[in-house]
Ligand binder design. Structure first.
Ligand code: HEM
Length: 231
């Protein structure tokens, strides 16, 4: 019988760290863009391009730190070994989860606030507004459903809802992956193509999340984790 740490299984466990690494890599562009916007707000000048942020800075000053913490910390929630706590101490997953649920909600709600109340910049139209309302609300709803599931100790549903919420968040990084080939192959984006590409990023990220959720559901039934490990 193979032991739990055969040479064959070890690289596989190392590969699992590739998931957070890839997610953080995807997050880099929106995180850097956010840092640029905060720098602009704290020391820059008002221009027609950034006036909406100066007129109402609070939501964007909540949004950018919240999305940054959510994307970076959330990436590590996909490492299975971090879910197990030592006897008597809470696991990394649980401690991070207590930060992530409110942070994710703040990210989605501040995004919704800006979508509704900020003036639309030139390339943002009604279709993008509708998409932001749909996916922003879905992200908030999925986090609430994930929270309810974990309170009921339904860890499978918890993981599914939280993965979907994270997929909506990480789509801000997927936008670059989708938009750059479009610009190179087709040309500059306009209001309609920008909205469609951003919508496609959300759909693509959710499709990838659904694929992994489905694959996990097809896999071997996980052994019940002793309560002490989840504490
Ligand atoms: C969790 C992942 C998210 C990241 C990384 C992210 C990132 C950002 C960044 C960096 C900005 C500043 C853009 C700029 O300076 O021009 C921003 C603004 C904004 N975000 Fe998010 N965001 C996320 C989620 C969301 C969601 C789910 C919504 C949906 C409602 C949303 C709606 C908005 C809106 C409406 C603005 C203002 C856009 C503008 O007026 O130009 N964000 N976001």
């Amino acid at each position: 019988m193979k032991s739990a740490t055969t040479p064959r299984s070890r690289p596989n466990s190392r590969l699992r760290w590739l998931v957070p690494a890839a997610l953080i890599f995807l997050s880099l562009v929106p995180i850097i863009a956010g840092a640029g916007r905060i720098t602009d707000l704290t020391g820059g000048h008002v221009t027609p391009d950034n006036a909406r942020f100066f007129d109402s800075p609070v939501p964007v000053l909540i949004h950018i730190p919240a999305v940054t913490v959510y994307l970076v910390l959330g990436a590590f929630q996909f490492v299975p070994s971090l879910r197990r706590g030592k006897r008597g101490s809470p696991s990394w997953h649980k401690v991070a989860g207590r930060i992530l649920a409110p942070t994710g909600l703040l990210a989605a709600l501040s995004g919704l606030w800006m979508a509704i109340f900020y003036d639309l910049p030139p390339l943002d139209g009604t279709l993008l507004l509708v998409l932001r309302l749909v996916f922003g609300s879905a992200m908030a709803a999925f986090i609430v459903l994930g929270f309810i599931a974990v309170r009921r100790r339904n860890y499978v549903r918890h993981s599914e809802w939280m993965s979907r919420a994270y997929a909506i968040g990480i789509a801000q990084g997927t936008i670059v992956v989708v938009t750059i080939p479009w610009i190179l192959l087709v040309g500059p984006v306009d209001e309609l193509t920008r909205a469609l590409l951003i919508g496609a990023s959300w759909v693509l990220s959710l499709a990838v999340a659904e694929y992994f959720i489905h694959r996990r559901a097809q896999g071997p039934v996980p052994k019940p984790v002793p309560a002490v490990q989840l504490a």
